[in-house]
Design a protein around this ligand. Structure first.
Ligand code: CP3
Length: 354
């Protein structure tokens, strides 16, 4: 395993482990991306998957928001769809439209098309990017690794791209439950191993994105979501018991109580969830992350500060990791992201600090 420079800011690791911090650590989902002109400059020369697949470029883009803002964590620049790619599916990123699978899974027989990847051969570039980024960070802040959740990846693999309803993927759960379980189990094992290897390579926390958990219902989440999210956390913890793991089940308030009993250390809330109510449900079983509405960053900086104050008050004095309730938008003003980050630092220090 590689060795790295000592960490100068461990706020997010302390908070994720439930320890008090003098101020609330903050990062933003999609903090590296199109709202940053320096990201656009890299993308003008390289396609999205070229950036993801080239460790030097992925490291450069990962560091862009860290160079610009006083963030408390970096998140490796990659995508959740590298796992379907590793399984043999073609994924294209269509400008203005998002991901597109020319040949999605059109029935259980299509599962035979999937390959069993060798992680280092298929995704070695991600591990290299993590190691390189850890060195370049030089201990400034911790580095987050991530993966998509089994259900969210299954939804893309069947639907072939973005969708409001993922009807075809949801239909599988009822028409082909055995094939659905087989696919989800295969994904969970691969994702668990992938996150373990990310930690081996330098990731200091990991987050699992279940972006479409909200399209399941309470009982389908129980059957097709939760067991596989749990399996991933168990696999990660078996290899790296001290590395904090975060789960983000977007749009699924019904998931909170059950997720609090899994090995995940942190539960990330989207902006529709009330922090105080979530705290009531979760109690001391997990740390909470979130959850400002990304659209609040369209407000004037002074108003952003007020929204941050209200958010921090809602989460209360318990350990908390500040974030948005979902990712940055391409039309956000970087200076408003700065207002959000600085407000978290200042206001949390005044509220609960030393
Ligand atoms: O957070 C970060 O800064 C790390 C980078 C990151 C990206 N994607 C970069 C990206 C992370 C953590 C992701 C995760 C991801 N990818 C998710 C889960 C989070 C979520 O948003 O719910 C999902 C669902 C995807 C799939 C995906 N990738 C979509 C739907 C899109 C299109 C988005 C759009 O608005 O066009 C992508 C592309 C993508 N992933 C971009 C970035 C910066 C934009 C692509 C570009 O540069 O053209």
């Amino acid at each position: 395993m590689p060795s790295f420079p000592p960490l100068q800011n461990d706020l997010i690791l302390r908070a994720a482990r439930g320890a008090p911090t003098a101020r609330t650590p903050v990062w933003m989902m999609r903090q590296a991306g199109r709202y940053l002109p320096e990201y656009q400059a890299v993308r003008a020369k390289h396609s999205f998957f070229e950036v993801v697949g080239t460790p030097e470029l992925a490291a450069e883009v990962t560091l862009q928001p860290i160079e610009r803002f006083p963030l408390d964590a970096a998140i490796i620049f990659s995508d959740i769809l590298v796992i379907p790619q590793a399984l043999g599916l073609t994924v294209e990123m269509v400008p203005g439209k998002g991901p597109h699978f020319p040949e999605p899974l059109d029935g259980p027989a299509a599962l035979d098309r999937l390959v069993t990847p060798d992680l280092d051969a298929a995704l070695g570039h991600v591990f290299e990017a993590l190691t390189l980024t850890r060195h370049r960070l030089d201990g400034r802040v911790p580095l987050i690794g991530f993966a998509g959740a089994p259900w969210t990846l299954m939804a893309y693999m069947i639907e072939g791209g973005g969708s409001k309803t993922y009807k075809q993927a949801r239909a599988w759960l009822y028409r082909h439950p055995d094939a659905a379980h087989a696919l989800l189990e295969r994904l969970a094992t691969l994702i668990g191993d992938y996150l373990v290897r990310q930690i081996d390579a330098g990731a200091q926390l990991v987050q699992v994105f279940d972006s479409w958990a909200g399209l399941l219902g309470p009982s389908t989440f129980q059957t097709f979501g939760l067991p596989y999210l749990t399996a991933i956390a168990e696999r990660v913890k078996a290899a790296h018991p001290d590395t904090p793991a975060i789960v983000f089940a977007k749009g699924a308030p019904y998931a909170l109580d059950a997720l609090a009993d899994t090995p995940y250390d942190v539960i990330s809330l989207d902006w529709t969830m009330d922090p105080a109510a979530a705290r009531q449900t979760v109690g001391a079983r997990a740390v909470l992350q979130g959850n400002l509405d990304p659209c609040a960053l369209y407000a004037a900086p002074a108003d952003i500060r007020r929204h941050v104050h209200d958010m921090l008050a809602g989460f209360g004095p318990q350990p908390h990791i500040a974030n948005l309730g979902h990712g940055m938008h391409p039309t956000h003003d970087p200076e408003h992201a700065r207002a959000f980050i600085e407000a978290v630092h200042d206001v949390s220090e005044q509220m609960h600090g030393g």
